[in-house]
Design a protein around this ligand. Structure first.
Ligand SMILES: Nc1ncnc2c1ncn2[C@@H]1O[C@H](COP(=O)(O)OP(=O)(O)O)[C@@H](O)[C@H]1O
Ligand SMILES: [Mg+2]
Length: 224
C-alpha cells in the first residue's frame, strides 16, 4: 500500500448560522495516500469545500482529529507540501503568467533557478506562448492552467482542487482536467478534486460521495 499522507478520524465541522449551529461535515473518517486520484462529488452546499479546507489546514475541525503523517506539521503545509487550486485562478494581476508561477517557487525557496523551473512548468501545460502575458490577457482556461502550473511547480505531494473547472465550459473543463492529470503524471503526488460535475469526476479513479455533510467512501475491495 502507498504511504498515507493525510488521515481524518471522525472529523466534523459545525458553523454557527445566526442562533443555530449547522453541521457542515459529520464525523468523516478517511485517509489519502500517495498516488491517489480522488473526486469528492456532491451537490452544491453538501460540504465539499468544508472538507477540502480542513485537509488543506485552512480551517480546523470542531471535533475529531486530522493529521498529515506523510506531509508534516499543520501551519507549514502550504504551498510546499499541499498545492491548492480554486475555482478561479486568483493570479496576481500585475505579474505575468511566468512571474505568477515564479513567485510560488520563490516562496518555497528551494528552486535554484526559479525562472527556468517556472518556464518548464508552463511548458508542460502547453502555455509557453502566453508566459509573458498578464492575467487579464488570458482566457479563463489559460488562467486556470497557469493556476495549476503554480500549484504543481513546487512539486507538492498533495494537490487539492476545489471546483477547478467550475467557471469553464465543458470542453475547456475537459482540457483543464487533461492538464491537471498530465502535470501529475509520473509523480506519486495525490490529487483530490471537489466537483459537482460528473464528467470531471469520471476522470479520477476514486469517488467520495458527499451528501448533506455525510461522506461516503467506496467499499474496500475484498482481498480474500
Ligand atoms: N464559514 C461558514 N459559516 C457558516 N456556514 C458555512 C460556512 N462555510 C460553509 N458553510 C455552510 O456549510 C455548508 C457546506 O458548504 P460547502 O462546504 O461550501 O459546500 P460545497 O462546497 O459542497 O458547495 C453550506 O450549507 C454552507 O452554507
Ligand atoms: Mg464548494
Amino acid at each position: 500500500m502507498n504511504e498515507v499522507l493525510v488521515t481524518g478520524v471522525n472529523v466534523a465541522r459545525r458553523f454557527k448560522q445566526g442562533d443555530v449551529w449547522f453541521d457542515a461535515l459529520h464525523a468523516a473518517t478517511f485517509s489519502i495516500r500517495a498516488g491517489d486520484r480522488i473526486a469528492i462529488v456532491g451537490p452544491s452546499g453538501s460540504g465539499k469545500s468544508t472538507l477540502l479546507q480542513l485537509v488543506a489546514d485552512l480551517d480546523s475541525p470542531s471535533e475529531g482529529v486530522l493529521s498529515w503523517p506523510g506531509l508534516g506539521e499543520p501551519g507549514s503545509l502550504r504551498p510546499r507540501h499541499i498545492g491548492m487550486v480554486f475555482q478561479s485562478a486568483n493570479l496576481l494581476p500585475t505579474l505575468s503568467a511566468l512571474e505568477n508561477v515564479e513567485v510560488s517557487l520563490r516562496l518555497v525557496g528551494d528552486a535554484t533557478e526559479p525562472v527556468e523551473v517556472a518556464r518548464a512548468a508552463l511548458g508542460k501545460l502547453g502555455l509557453d506562448a502566453i508566459a509573458d502575458k498578464l492575467p487579464d490577457e488570458l482566457s479563463g482556461g489559460q488562467a486556470q492552467r497557469v493556476g495549476l502550473a503554480r500549484a504543481v511547480a513546487v512539486k507538492p505531494r498533495l494537490v487539492l482542487a476545489d471546483e477547478p473547472t467550475g467557471q469553464l465550459d465543458q470542453s475547456t473543463a475537459q482540457r483543464t482536467m487533461d492538464a491537471l492529470l498530465q502535470s501529475l503524471a509520473g509523480s506519486d503526488a495525490a490529487l483530490v478534486v471537489a466537483t459537482h460535475d460528473s464528467a470531471v469526476a469520471k476522470r479520477l479513479q476514486t469517488i467520495w460521495l458527499m451528501d448533506y455533510g455525510h461522506l461516503t467512501l467506496p467499499k474496500p475491495v475484498d482481498a480474500s
